[in-house]
Ligand binder design. Structure first.
Ligand code: 3MF
Ligand code: MG
Ligand code: MG
Length: 412
């Protein structure tokens, strides 16, 4: 193939996107509760060991491009859009008004706001550091985010504690740090009750997001299960206002099964918000687009969520790779992530309707009918052939994923 000069590369990308097919229209995409974070689209490719590969873009561009793609919801950290020194000051009102206008102009809604408590130097020792003024500042930031959320019409507030933990052991008392972290959440919930009353709006759903490692060495609340225990610990004054925002990759990172983590959150009635992405077990937070690494697992996750009528947001918390250009972020990365999600969601519907999966599942639940009181060996023998259906179901799921159930065959 001949070299492709720079001025022909976008046309090539566009032509190959078209050739891929399988794209949904913006109107179809808008029917899903899919949210696009400000930080995901504006990520410039910088990280530890990495220089940026993309130029900066602001919320006006991000919201406009999400609108064109058909991503119906937008979310942000406070400091993604408002410089830290302007938070809570006049500059904030002006920026919030500009955000409201952009959202209205492009037909998006703000679904969620979140407080950055991990990037600014003030959080070097975490949001629940010993110094009372750092903790008061953290409480101020989460209260202010609640205000922004109500101004923008959000339904959710998310908290990823980030650096709640330590690099070197012995300097902090973990129980004390957790009490202090609870104080910040209590401050947010109490502000929320006040503002919601004043504005005659429902209170926000406050969702905790766990991550097992990064950017702290040892993390006090590393998993969604740890978060559930924290919610039930008695430290929160309004535990009914606090639920979970599990992230698919964060559960995978510690070696857990995301689907099982989601199931535990569902049982606790706390699965309120969900960060969707992909990656690998026991690696750093690679934040790959949904379904690019573990499509089969993703299919199964969505089967579970459909079975339990999950109706919260699917938040595209991934990072377009550093090899994707500014143009590619909106021409390839976001639309393809949304379309993979919708395809997997539809396939999950097919799995639930599939006659083979249904009959096999029902048969497993019916058991053999062996007489009550039979011994273990007799029960095992009576169920032997039925249990083969586990593998058959797995085969059927792969058939559905690969389209083989529609009759596609390979010939040697
Ligand atoms: C970090 C994350 C965060 C959180 C965000 C919301 C930058 O790995 O996943 O995204 O989702 O801070 O609270
Ligand atoms: Mg993450
Ligand atoms: Mg996340």
């Amino acid at each position: 193939m001949k070299p492709v000069p720079p001025n022909q590369q976008r046309a090539l990308v566009d032509r190959l996107v078209q050739a891929c097919g399988g794209a949904y229209s913006p109107d179809v995409r808008r029917k899903y509760f899919i949210s696009g974070p400000q930080w995901a689209a504006s990520y410039q490719g910088q990280a530890l060991f990495h220089a940026p590969t993309r130029s900066a873009i602001g919320f006006e561009d991000v919201i406009r491009e999400y609108g064109k793609i058909g991503i119906g919801y937008w979310c942000t950290h406070d400091s993604d859009v408002i410089p830290a020194e302007q938070l809570g000051r006049d500059g904030q009102c002006e920026i919030v008004a500009r955000i409201q206008k952009s959202l209205a102009d492009h037909g998006l809604k703000c679904s969620m706001v979140t407080t950055e408590t991990f990037f600014h130097e003030v959080f070097a020792a975490g949001p629940a550091a010993e110094s009372p003024e750092i903790r008061e500042y953290a409480a101020y930031r989460v209260r202010n985010t609640v205000d922004i959320g109500h101004e923008l019409g959000a339904q959710f507030a998310v908290y990823w504690p980030g650096s709640l933990g330590y690099y070197t052991q012995g300097a902090i008392d973990e129980t004390q740090s957790l009490r202090w972290y609870a104080d910040a959440l209590n401050a947010a919930c109490e502000r929320d009750i006040e503002v919601a009353k004043k504005k005659n709006r429902p209170t926000l759903k406050h969702c905790l997001e766990a991550k097992p490692f990064e950017p702290q060495a040892e993390i006090l609340l590393p998993t969604s299960d740890a978060m559930l225990a924290f919610i039930g610990s008695g430290l929160l004054r309004h535990p009914e206002m606090v639920g979970l925002n599990p992230e698919y990759l964060h559960e995978l990172m510690w070696g857990g099964a995301p689907r099982a983590a989601l199931a535990r959150a569902l049982l606790a009635g706390k699965l309120w918000h969900f960060d969707i992405n992909d990656g690998y077990r026991l690696k750093h937070d690679v934040d790959i687009g949904v379904g690019l690494v573990n499509p089969l697992d993703w299919l199964n996750v969505l089967v579970l969520l459909r079975a339990h009528n999950y109706a919260g947001p699917f938040n595209l918390d991934y990072k377009p790779p550093r090899t994707t250009s500014n143009y590619g972020v909106f021409a390839v990365s976001f639309p393809s992530a949304v379309d993979r999600f919708i395809t997997l969601w539809e396939m999950a519907g097919e799995v639930r309707e599939d006659a083979i999966v249904r009959e096999a599942t029902e048969a497993l639940k019916a058991g053999s009918g062996v007489a009550a009181g039979a011994d273990g060996k007799a029960i095992a023998d009576a169920n032997k052939e039925l249990l083969t259906l586990h593998e058959l179901i797995a085969h059927r799921l792969v058939q559905i994923l690969l389209g083989l159930h529609r009759g596609r065959q390979y010939f040697a």
